[in-house]
Ligand binder design. Sequence first.
Ligand code: SAH
Ligand code: SF4
Length: 354
Amino acid sequence: MKNLLDFTKDELGEFVKPAFRAKQIYEWIYKKNVDSFDEMLNLPKDLRQDLSQNFYFDPLKVVKSEKSKDGSIKYLFALKDGKTIESVLLPMKDEERADDGKIVSHARYTVCVSSQVGCKMGCSFCLTAKGGFVRNLTAGEIVEQVHFIKKINKIPYERRVNIVYMGMGEPLNNLENVAKAIKIFTDNDGLAISPRRQTVSTSGLSSQIKKLGEMNLGVLLAISLHAVNDELRQELMPINKAYNIASIMDAIREFPSDMRKRVMFEYLMMHSVNDSLKDAKTLVKLLHGIKAKVNLIYFNPHEGSIYKRPLKENMEKFRDFLQSKSVTCTIRESKGIDISAACGQLKERSENKI
Ligand code: SAH
Ligand code: SF4
């Protein structure tokens, strides 16, 4: 049996003839949210039977979910083999209504998806790293996180959500399946989410950044930088030994030009580790010639972590310095901080029954 969600429409078209049947199946699954082949009424009965003998499309199982005060909802999902992953629904903007009750602008959402069960990268600040690597997610398991979250939260089909690959795992360490998921998300008969609304976040696997660029998928790139010199960066992120900062910058310079213009740099601030003005100065030099947007993130402490949450004033000084040098910079308050915000934390707490 195969997971139907693992298939691009073209691939599906090779199983079901004539190929327009693939479009119909896509619409049933992604637009009409049916639960079984029997409900796909415009397919001939024998095709429905044939499909149900070869394919499945099961919803994810919610092991646990937590809603934060700021409205974000974090899910711990069980996959078919019982392994668990996290995904988060982040409301970015509330619905706005005029005095007469008419909707002026719709609510906006971002879904943060996982790309692997666990992660190989071993970053010292990250809880996902602690459990080691278990396996890659298939394209369908990535796609279902967004499809299922939209469905259970009754987010209308027409509301396009943004997707960030910032959950558990290193997406560029599972590039083949992530690229496939991006294509499936993008399909107009599927969820129809433009690649411009999808951001792949990476710890900096330079060779894979190049490959992603060559694929020309049109997705945006976020680099988890977190340190401005190789010495500190390799202490925090062992992958820096294989791919140092200079190699990441080179890979970005080779990225297709329209996407290169909007590269985001994530900078996880940890108290007294990487939050000085000296770091800010080095960062400005590093980003010279790159049209970057820097996102400063509050480190979210977890059980056993040796790092501390940065002081607000240090965050602001850091941001102000960057801005004074014309580097776009925003501070991101970890959403859902009261529900174990950073990825990996719901899973850990669930397993330890805290
Ligand atoms: N592996 C990819 C994507 C997943 S991690 C990457 O590293 O970019 C997504 C983000 O969560 C990264 O920027 C990571 O630095 C951040 N993160 C990890 N642990 C965190 C913590 N304790 N507090 C806040 N953010 C954290
Ligand atoms: Fe993996 Fe990203 Fe966590 Fe590093 S920060 S261990 S790359 S998930």
